[in-house]
Design a protein around this ligand. Structure first.
Ligand code: 87F
Length: 638
């Protein structure tokens, strides 16, 4: 058994039997193909890879740019007047200044467009980035702000967020997790305590250094996450085993001064999230919670946002460095060919307990350290939803998260009975509201019905009901679906039942279509050539991997190109079956392809070396098919 298991103390919490139990409800990645759960004795692990954008800090020119940007503290100008000023430890360097002016130009373009009417000027297939920027603004989700990377979340966004919040909040309350609120500010002392893992994140921490014109004696950080804010109090509040478990959650904003391409919802400098922080007496309790929370995240994506996700465990390299292991739900954007981390649920192990001295007296009267978890999902969920479902007419909202599920539009006609039409609209809204649907009528008299259709399409309302003279005469309404433009006439007598069926159907069909599109992008690669070909074809790749960090870094380096590089997303809990034939072919292929790595690895430690040269499937075949003795002989012989 060569695959690394639990890197810390205790047993692997994601052991096969548990995995199977927790993936019971999730949609299989491998529908239509043979699917297999990992057996304890099988060392094979498939990893999902996808291209991702190399962050600024990883790319050459921006590394210089970042050096330039630090060490100097300047204010962002006079907009704050004489009141408390928020200062950030960095200047607006060339790159950022250029970006800001480009943003301003884009805004100007958009303002001009507004006067010319509705409709998007970019197409999703032609220019995805432009399309996305346009759709989030035209769909009234966000408004750009004059600080780069910060966005105004408009009511249309907040209502989506509140619906997801209501679901998640109720679920965690069932798990006896309680809400709390800790301050936004962090003292440098506690932040420093966590310096080992915060080191990599340090450039993203924003600091308050002034109040009015005076310098603060000690600068204060703004929370990028709340481990260091909360854990000193965990230490104070936890004394004995009866104080455990301590299970807290907070709904709040966090600030991370991102330097790479800001993107509404996806990468912003301030965002909303929930962060859960829990402490247990036993590791098993923590392990169980990690997966329960992950399942709630899956439900948010799949049941609410109608987006298929893959549940799995992060590699050591990609996990939260401060924790023991990280699980995640991973989504995929077919238009860009990129994977996107949907939410994370970490087992922190006892790392923070050590740092913050979170000890307790156990039931045997001995001193013990707690086991901790932390988990979060953020407003990024909304960005993923826009990217997956939106089309050239604008947003497409799944009914379960839409603030308005049904928009009712009167279609009066010259000498028709306008009052009768308006009354029918009112009655329709009333009947739907009384049955628990979120319905509204648009009675504005300064817009034509056609304009209203486009407007509500742009905002993504799942179902439109039109009522005109003919409908009034026939005691019916006309319903038009946003997702596929299908139209039908509904007798008013069966309005509620039929609307319910249609909304259910829209929700399901959005998920089905998204899953079909996602599945069409998943490929199993068994050779490096297959891997590269799939990557170039914007696929999400399932590739066997030996769980070695060096190999992972190697894949990243080898795939780095103009559009990004490949990185591991997770080791899915749900593993596909693999054809085990053709080992010889794979073997010779490997010899050619990876001879350099092989030579390099031979210079290093023997066993590790064997691992290093095969970051594709073949190494795993060796491991499965060949005995440990053979491997040792092989290592010793090379
Ligand atoms: C940015 C600046 C400073 C991520 C950061 O995922 C610190 C951090 O600790 C940082 N970006 N992280 C990791 C956050 C880990 C963890 N926190 C609680 C979560 C879930 C919620």
């Amino acid at each position: 058994m060569i695959v690394k298991e639990d890197p810390g103390n205790g047993s692997d919490p994601l052991a096969p039997s548990q995995k199977a139990a927790h993936t019971k409800h999730s949609s299989s990645l491998f529908t239509g193909r043979q699917s297999r759960k990992i057996q304890p004795e099988a060392p094979l692990r498939l990893f999902v890879y996808a291209a991702y954008i190399v962050s600024e800090s990883e790319s050459q020119d921006s590394a210089d740019w970042r050096c330039e940007a630090f060490g100097v503290v300047v204010t962002y100008g006079s907009i704050y007047g004489e009141c408390g000023v928020l200062w950030i430890g960095g200047i607006m360097a060339g790159g950022e200044a250029k970006k800001a002016s480009t943003n301003a130009n884009n805004r100007k373009k958009k303002e001009v467009k507004k006067e010319t009417g509705l409709g998007l000027s970019s197409k999703k297939d032609d220019n995805f980035g432009e399309w996305y920027s346009e759709v989030v603004v035209s769909g009234e989700l966000i408004e750009y702000y004059d600080i780069s990377g910060c966005y105004i979340l408009r009511p249309w966004t907040m209502s989506i967020w509140e619906i997801m919040q209501a679901f998640f909040d109720a679920e965690i309350k069932k798990m006896k997790i309680k809400n709390c609120y800790f301050p936004l500010f962090v003292s440098p002392g506690v932040l420093q305590k966590e310096k080992d893992h915060i080191e990599g994140f340090a450039p993203e921490v924003a600091w308050v250094t002034k109040s009015g014109q005076s310098d603060l004696d000690v600068p204060i950080a703004i929370r990028p996450t709340s481990e260091t804010v909360m854990y000193p109090y965990f230490s104070k509040w936890i004394r004995g085993h009866r104080d455990l478990p301590l299970k807290l959650n907070q709904w709040c904003n966090v600030v991370r001064w991102e330097f790479s391409n800001p993107t509404p919802f996806i990468r912003s400098r301030e965002f909303l999230w929930q962060e859960g922080h829990t402490a247990f007496a036993a590791k098993e309790e923590a392990d169980k919670e990690v997966l329960e929370i992950l399942e709630l995240y899956r439900r948010i994506y799949e049941d609410y946002l109608a987006i298929p996700v893959i549940k799995g465990k992060k590699s050591e390299h990609e996990k939260f460095a401060g924790g023991l292991y990280t699980t995640s739900v991973e989504a995929f954007i077919p238009h860009t060919g990129r994977g996107i981390q949907g939410a994370t649920s970490h087992c922190l192990g006892q790392n923070f307990a050590k740092m913050f001295e979170i000890n307790f007296e156990n039931d045997k009267g001995e001193k013990a350290m707690v086991w901790q978890n932390s988990w979060a999902y953020s407003t990024r969920t909304i960005g993923v939803m826009v990217m997956v479902h939106g089309d050239d007419k604008g947003l497409v909202l799944p009914p379960k998260i839409a603030a308005v599920q049904v928009i009712v539009i009167p279609v009066p006609y010259k000498d028709a009975d306008t009052k009768g039409i308006f009354d029918a609209c009112d009655d329709t809204v009333k009947a739907l509201n009384e049955s628990g649907f979120r319905a509204e009528a648009d009675f504005r008299d300064n817009y034509s019905p056609g304009w209203k259709y486009s407007h509500w399409e742009m905002k993504g309302v799942p179902l439109r009901i039109e009522i005109g003279p003919k409908d009034l005469a026939n005691d019916q309404v006309r319903a038009v679906r946003r997702d596929n433009s299908a139209k039908c006439d509904i007798p008013r007598a069966s309005l509620v039942e039929q609307v319910k069926d249609m909304l259910d159907d829209i929700q399901q069909s959005l998920f089905d279509v998204a899953k079909q599109n996602r599945d069409a992008c998943v490929e199993v690669a068994k050779t490096w050539d297959e891997f590269m070909e799939a990557l170039n074809n914007k696929k999400m790749i399932l590739a066997p991997w030996c769980d070695e960090e060096e190999v992972e870094k190697d894949v990243k380096a080898r795939t780095k190109g103009e559009i990004g590089a490949a990185k591991t997303l997770c080791s899915p809990f749900d593993q596909p079956a693999l054809d085990e034939g053709n080992i010889a072919v794979l073997d010779s292929h490997l010899e050619q392809k990876f001879s350099q790595s092989l030579q390099a690895s031979r210079r290093g430690s023997a066993v590790k070396g064997l691992v290093t040269w095969s970051f594709n499937s073949s190494n795993m075949y060796y491991r499965r098919v060949l005995s440990e003795d053979y491997l040792l002989d092989f290592v010793n012989a090379t």
